[in-house]
Ligand binder design. Structure first.
Ligand code: S3P
Length: 442
């Protein structure tokens, strides 16, 4: 895929459904009683992996473009799959389904592609084992052989990392446990969720008993979320907002391309996901939210961006670290590219989790920025990027969708042509990305 420099990004468009919310919608609808219509279900390869696994567990799913109809089987109505469940590249599919399968009275195997087979799974194996499931793994990695049990033991579990996937895995297993299971988040400075909370919002929407409170500890708060194992889910139609993580590529690009006038419609604006908008605004991006409303317990709205010639930062520190990192973890690749366009650049710290995503994203960001002639320094838990005049280069996506898309945006800012190697990986979250981008570029 070849990218040419652009002058602006112009247009009004809708984007595919949110990946995190789509996975949850399909899984929870399968665990509900009754038929669910899900609109704007993500077109991503990851979310197709989730549907494929659910079908192999005996769930009937019909699809008409981005609308899907799921015939729920109830929280323990799944049937033993006759083959391995292939999660493809999708960590969310594997970690959430592990929570569901732990509470099913049969054995099953979750597999994934080369990248997913290297990602850490001990973080879910440990709590699920405490709950009474037996899980065999290849040294803490996939394939995972799950020997489920029902009912599971309720636990009270302290998360070692601020991970929505691990939290969700335990809450889903908790639906098949006796009594209440509880997940405690790592300490945060303010009284807000430390990771995306789509699971809690959607489970509650479907009728599960979910309680959430905060305990005050030294210098901060710990969030406690509990789920009652006696909860039942009832089918209710769901509407998936556009994915803010996909929108972020266009928002960041339009912010620094003068004369851009871009409107992205119906974007998910859950506060656990909007840290990227706050970060871009704090570095001077002109972003407005219009038509804010609530749909299925999630906040959505239209995002309008006016491009500017020069961004003027509203902050004194160009370091991002601490609690906010978990809430913009997927947007760090595009933030790194954006940083090449701002006065004083940007330093990201406390983001070692980036090393265990679809690729080692710290390495991928640093390597590719260097190829484009940017000033960049690597740290074990982050990097520093200086304001840089980018030069077109050949990029290695490392098979990672967000690296491919972030560096396509870098190509718009660069002089000369940029070639994205492994561009097809964008399909993991956004199959039409390059077409949408070329339709917006002027
Ligand atoms: C996700 C949670 C995050 C995120 C991933 C999607 C989810 O991962 O990076 O892309 O849908 O719950 P972690 O839970 O590992 O932080």
């Amino acid at each position: 895929m070849k990218i040419q420099p652009a002058n602006s990004l112009d247009g009004t468009i809708g984007l595919p459904g949110d990946k995190s919310i789509s996975h949850r919608a399909a899984i929870f609808a399968s665990m509900a009683t009754g038929k669910t219509r899900i609109e704007n279900y993500a077109t991503s390869a990851d979310c197709a992996s989730t549907l494929d696994c659910l079908r192999n567990l005996g769930v009937e799913i019909e699809q008409e473009n981005s609308t899907i109809f799921v015939s729920g089987v109830g929280k323990n109505g799944f049937i033993k799959p006759i083959k391995e469940l292939d999660c493809g590249n999708s960590g969310t599919t594997m970690r959430l389904l592990a929570g569901v399968l732990a509470g099913c009275n049969f054995d099953s195997v979750l597999t994934g592609d080369e990248s997913l087979s290297k990602r850490p799974m001990r973080r879910i194996i440990e709590p699920l084992t405490l709950m009474g499931a037996k899980i065999e793994s290849a040294n803490g990695c996939a394939p995972l052989k799950i020997h489920g049990a029902n009912p599971l033991r309720a636990i009270s579990y302290q998360l070692p990392v601020a991970s929505a996937q691990v939290k969700s895995c335990i809450l889903l297993a908790g639906l098949n446990a006796r009594n209440k299971s509880e997940v405690r988040s790592p300490k945060s400075k303010v009284r807000v969720p430390t990771s995306r909370n789509h699971t809690e919002l959607m489970l509650r929407y479907l009728g599960a008993e979910i309680e959430e409170n905060y305990i005050e500890v030294e210098n901060g708060f710990v969030q406690k979320i509990s789920v009652d194992g006696n909860s039942r889910l009832a089918a209710r139609d769901l509407n998936v907002p556009s994915d803010i993580s996909s929108a972020a590529f266009f928002i960041a690009a339009a912010s620094c391309l003068e004369n851009s006038e871009l409107v992205l419609e119906n974007v998910g604006l859950n506060p656990t996901r909007t840290a990227i908008l706050n970060a871009l605004q704090s570095f001077g991006a002109d972003i407005e939210v219009l038509n804010r409303k609530e749909i299925c317990n999630e906040i959505v709205g239209d995002v309008r961006v006016h491009g500017q010639k020069k961004l003027s930062s509203k902050v004194t520190s160009n370091i991002i670290s601490g609690d906010v990192i978990a809430n913009l973890i997927d947007e760090i690749p595009i933030l790194a590219v954006f940083a090449t366009q701002i006065e004083n650049g940007l330093e990201i710290r406390g983001a070692a989790e980036l090393r265990v995503k679809e690729s080692d994203r710290i390495k991928a960001i640093v390597e590719n920025l260097r190829r484009m002639n940017a000033a960049v320094e690597e740290f074990p838990d982050g990097f520093r990027v200086g304001k840089s005049a980018l030069q077109g280069a050949t990029i290695d996506s490392f098979g990672d969708h967000r690296i491919a898309m972030a560096f396509a945006i870098a190509g718009l800012f660069a002089t000369g042509e940029t070639e994205i190697g492994g561009a097809e990986s964008a399909g993991v979250s956004f199959p039409g990305f390059f077409q949408t981008l070329s339709g917006l570029c002027r």
